[in-house]
Design a protein around this ligand. Structure first.
Ligand SMILES: Cc1cc2nc3c(=O)[nH]c(=O)nc-3n(C[C@H](O)[C@H](O)[C@H](O)COP(=O)(O)OP(=O)(O)OC[C@H]3O[C@@H](n4cnc5c(N)ncnc54)[C@H](O)[C@@H]3O)c2cc1C
Ligand code: FES
Ligand code: FES
Length: 499
């Protein structure tokens, strides 16, 4: 459905009246004739289509690199869209276009060959330097983990990044934006963005509910859009005409602690979990930075992938959902539901039409043990073949609370209830724990029902499950489960497959 959106496009105020589900990639290439943003996979995998999306935050604008192939036009309202064209410095008269320091570094190090991927890398690195007060080689390389290059073999890209880090070290101290403007990697008009966005005034009123988006008498079912990273991979064409409700227009993107409970607003982008224990340690193995900047915690749960990484972590944490029903007589009721009861089968949920997940909450882990393991075909940018999380709270030398959760071993994310229960009350010593864990591993095998698919055979996944759970205990209880005990636990037959 069409909607008029107003936004900043590079240095200019812009307006578009187009379907709100149109991918920003198509707006740029087809409507605005800005072809520097490249069309590659259209699935968030290659990074060729990266743009910077700037969102007002207080007196500043926060820029995040995001995949424009998965970004719906409706999300541009009141925001700043910066494309590769906006990062080019103004050219002096003459045959050679001027290059900014990132572009120059790529040229000098031979980090661009056919050049198809290059705009995406430049945008990713610009976003990185804009958002990072103290860049370092590891996080700078992580910033381009969502960019694929078919030509260079990446060594030259690494050298270009090293050259940039050296230049960055020599910059005078100051706020990140000022340093980036002074360095020349962004243009001076970026300084004016906060005031120009403010001057645009409040957004055109958007439908606040699913029913409002469809319009009176409409029959099409409105679609709730969170980060759009699943929706726009699964069914991009149908979303152009569908009535969309953008959950970003609701205040659901915060995290807070109340009465010992940590709450994550459903619209919290995955990347913003970087400061929230225990997720920070595992963030880099989930998708890529640009996907994590858009994909939300709520989307990961409602998407109901049997291998959603945060879903598995939250199951092990014993999370509870806050679900808001559609307003009846002006009152919209909130119900709480344990996450383990949310999943009813493959992509089947306890969620009625019009209900919105508002938050997910769990008891602050404090000094409890938590560990997450994931095996996929690639470390970055791939969903798991099998993933598993273990939560252990110890008290008085015994396991007071245990939760084991696993993905990829059933049609839905699975809390291994019987295996978890078997561990409860177990004494923490080098005799009792291995014995009890062996029994729990057997129960975990019985509870799981993996299928053979492109991510591995059923017997391979069963084997993986055992390995991942043992690996978690090796990490959490190394005194009781040292390496040789762990190896012994892995010996012996695995249910449904070869030893
Ligand atoms: C390239 C790529 C790599 C990826 N790698 C990983 C990975 O390594 N690990 C991993 O776990 N996942 C991975 N994913 C999947 C990603 O986690 C999901 O796409 C994401 O979590 C979905 O969140 P979203 O906010 O984008 O949801 P959307 O796509 O906006 O929505 C998904 C579904 O949930 C519904 N919905 C969303 N929020 C709510 C709400 N609050 N209330 C009610 N309904 C709601 C929507 O209507 C829709 O049906 C990857 C995705 C991509 C594109
Ligand atoms: S086109 Fe490949 S990530 Fe968007
Ligand atoms: S330079 Fe050709 S794809 Fe990267």
């Amino acid at each position: 459905m069409e909607r008029t959106v107003r936004f900043l496009l590079n240095g200019e105020v812009s307006q578009a009246t187009l379907p709100s589900g149109l991918a920003v990639l198509d707006l740029l290439r087809r409507e605005r004739r800005l072809p520097g943003t490249r069309e590659g996979c259209r699935e968030g995998d290659c990074g060729a289509c990266l743009v910077l999306l700037g969102e007002p935050q207080g007196a500043e604008v926060r820029y995040r690199p995001v995949n424009s192939c998965l970004l719906p036009l409706g999300e541009l309202e009141g925001r700043h869209l910066v494309t590769i064209e906006g990062l080019n410095p103004p050219s002096a008269p003459g045959p050679a276009p001027a290059l900014n320091p990132i572009q120059e570094s790529f040229v000098l190090e031979g980090a661009t060959q056919c050049g198809f991927c290059t705009p995406g890398f430049i945008v990713a690195l610009t976003g990185y330097f804009l958002g990072n007060a103290s860049p370092d080689p590891e996080s700078a390389e992580d910033a381009v983990a969502g960019n694929l290059c078919r030509c260079t073999g990446y060594a030259s890209i690494r050298r270009a990044i090293a050259r940039l880090l050296e230049q960055h070290r020599a910059l005078p101290a100051g706020p990140a934006l000022e340093r980036c403007v002074g360095w020349g990697i962004v243009q001076p008009w970026m300084r004016e963005a906060p005031a120009r966005l403010k001057a645009m005034g409040p957004a055109a009123p958007a439908p606040a509910s699913a029913a409002g988006a469809a319009g009176p008498g409409a029959t099409a079912v409105p679609v709730l859009v969170a980060g759009g990273t699943d929706l726009f991979v699964q069914r991009p064409e149908s979303l152009e005409d569908a009535p969309l409700v953008f959950l970003s227009e609701q205040d659901l993107g915060r995290t807070w602690v109340r009465d010992g409970r940590r709450y994550l607003g459903a619209m919290l982008p995955m990347e913003d979990l970087c400061g929230v224990p225990p997720f920070a340690d595992y963030l880099s193995c989930v998708a890529s930075g640009p996907v994590r900047h858009r994909a939300t915690v709520g989307g990961n749960l409602v998407n109901a992938s049997p291998i959603g990484d945060f879903t598995i972590m939250l199951l092990a944490l014993g999370a509870v959902l806050g679900i808001r029903g559609p307003a009846a007589a002006g009152i919209a009721a909130l119900r709480e539901l344990p996450l383990r009861d949310f999943y009813r089968g493959y992509k089947k949920l306890d969620l009625a039409e019009g209900e919105v997940v508002e938050w997910v909450a769990f008891a602050e882990p404090g000094d409890a043990g938590f560990h997450f393991e994931k095996v996929g075909r690639r470390r970055h940018l791939d969903i798991a073949s099998v993933n598993a999380a273990v939560f252990l709270r110890l008290d008085g030398g015994r396991i007071q609370e245990a939760r084991l959760a696993a993905g990829g071993v059933a049609p839905m994310p699975l809390l291994l209830a019987r295996a978890s229960e078997a561990l409860r009350g177990c004494q923490i010593d080098p005799q009792a724990l291995p014995q009890t864990l062996r029994r729990a591993l057997g129960l975990a095998q019985e509870e799981s029902v993996p299928i053979s698919d492109v991510r591995g055979s059923a017997s391979y996944k069963r084997r993986l499950l055992k390995h991942l759970l043992v690996a978690a205990f090796l990490r959490l209880q190394p005194r009781e489960i040292p390496e040789e005990t762990a190896l012994a636990l892995l010996d012996g037959p695995t249910a449904g497959g070869p030893a």
